[in-house]
Design a protein around this ligand. Structure first.
Ligand code: PMP
Length: 402
């Protein structure tokens, strides 16, 4: 008998499964709207010019391959914090933000989950929105936290269930942890307005909850890294201590390089040093120290004014292309095809994804009849649409809902 004969087969990953089905479909009209990675107007993966230039600079510098410190490349972590918190952030200027480089956003969330499970003195329960990015749930459970939910999405309006959200946060036990998507909520594309963020901040202060921001799309939502950091910076300005996960997968297109950062704001430099020491104790037995190359790329872009400017333009270019696709899809569905239903949410949603409101049956029909692949919850990656396939997609949606 094999040692592993009793290991049960786990379910396939729902998103990677879609890519498999897409690859197996040889129809020339096939469209993959499952994957959360940017595609250019030709449907191709996109390497940013700022990234190519940074790589040239790195190659020319002939750097060695020595280990990084446990918490990563110091220039990178400092610049990542500056990007998220802003140059004039009070805890930043007090040297009171503990930051560690991480294996992209997922790794940052995992370090954060573990840190909170070990050191957060009040509760081991984290509230996440329904729905949320699917990986949040196993990730926080594996970190040692208990996962509970707060209402977020209203199916009727295809928008934010703000009353439900407020009620659930108000009813959460004092001291609970709350996971907030800083911008471009995945999977819904629905974000609170600035005024709603202010109300959320008030409830969190009043109920003594602890905010953990997941910022996987800074710059990608609106095209402005400052605007997309509004919630994070507003909370800090209101005196909240926060935890923050950052990813450079989307905004620099560094998906497979795995570049991210986890940070905590603390009360003083002395406290920050103690927190830093515990972050090291979490990282060291997991993977010892993070990879070099991606951190050098991000740091080169963030520290060179010319590359920074080029990068900002390219982030805006990606965001604008997605915003144009939203506008065009809305026009096609509501004006050209007069597709039954209300489609304005396609335009008002933000970021990589749109929650179309299509049901499971309709998603199945789209895959089987039209060669259009998306997650069964009706989420589409807007980045998978382009000038050449958007009409075909809209027509297929039209046929599927009639
Ligand atoms: N959080 C959210 C909300 C995401 O959508 C993603 C990427 N899909 C991540 C975190 C982490 O991605 P990565 O580990 O590639 O940075």
């Amino acid at each position: 008998l094999s040692t592993w004969s009793a290991v049960p087969a786990g379910p396939p990953d729902p998103i990677l499964g879609i890519t498999e089905a897409f690859k197996a479909d040889k129809d020339p009209r096939r469209i993959n709207l499952g994957v959360g990675a940017y595609r250019d107007e030709h449907g191709k993966p996109y390497v940013l010019n700022a990234v190519k230039k940074a790589e040239e600079k790195i190659a020319a510098a002939k750097l060695d391959k020595e280990y990084l410190p446990i918490t990563g490349l110091p220039g990178f972590t400092s610049n990542a914090a500056k990007l998220a918190y802003g140059a004039d952030s009070v805890p930043r200027n007090q040297n009171a933000i503990a930051v560690t480089q991480s294996i992209s956003g997922t790794g940052a969330l995992r370090i954060g989950g573990t840190f909170l499970a070990r050191h957060y003195p009040h509760s081991k329960t984290i509230y996440v929105p329904t729905p949320t990015w699917g990986n949040h749930i196993p990730l926080f459970k594996d970190s040692g936290l208990e996962v509970k939910y707060y209402r977020y999405f209203d199916k009727k309006t295809v928008g934010l269930d703000f009353e439900g959200l407020k009620e659930d946060l108000q009813n959460a036990p004092e001291g609970s942890i709350v996971l907030l998507h800083a911008c471009a909520h995945n999977p819904t594309g629905v974000d609170p307005t600035q005024s709603q963020w202010k109300d959320i901040s008030d409830i969190i202060a009043e109920k003594k909850l602890f905010p953990f921001f997941d910022m996987a799309y800074q710059g990608f939502a609106s095209g402005s890294t400052d605007r997309d950091a509004f919630a994070v910076r507003y909370f800090v300005s209101q005196g909240h201590q926060i935890a923050l996960s950052q990813s450079f997968a989307k905004n620099m297109g560094l998906y497979g390089e795995r570049v991210g950062a986890f940070s905590l704001t603390t009360a003083s430099e002395e406290e920050r040093k103690r927190v830093d020491s515990q972050l090291k104790i979490i990282v060291r037995p997991m993977y010892s120290n993070p990879p070099l190359h991606g951190a050098h790329i991000a740091n080169t872009i963030l520290s060179d004014p010319e590359l920074y400017q080029e990068w900002e333009g390219e982030v805006k270019g990606m965001a604008d292309r997605i915003i144009n696709m939203r506008e065009r899809l809305y026009q096609l569905l509501s004006n050209d095809f007069r597709t039954p239903g209300e489609w304005s949410h396609v335009k008002s949603q933000i970021g990589m994804f749109s929650f179309t409101g299509l049901n499971k049956e309709q998603c199945k029909v789209l895959a089987e009849k039209a060669h259009v692949y998306m997650t069964m919850d009706g989420r589409i990656s807007m980045a998978g649409l382009n000038g050449r396939n958007i009409e075909y997609f809209a027509k297929s949606v039209d046929a599927a809902v009639r």
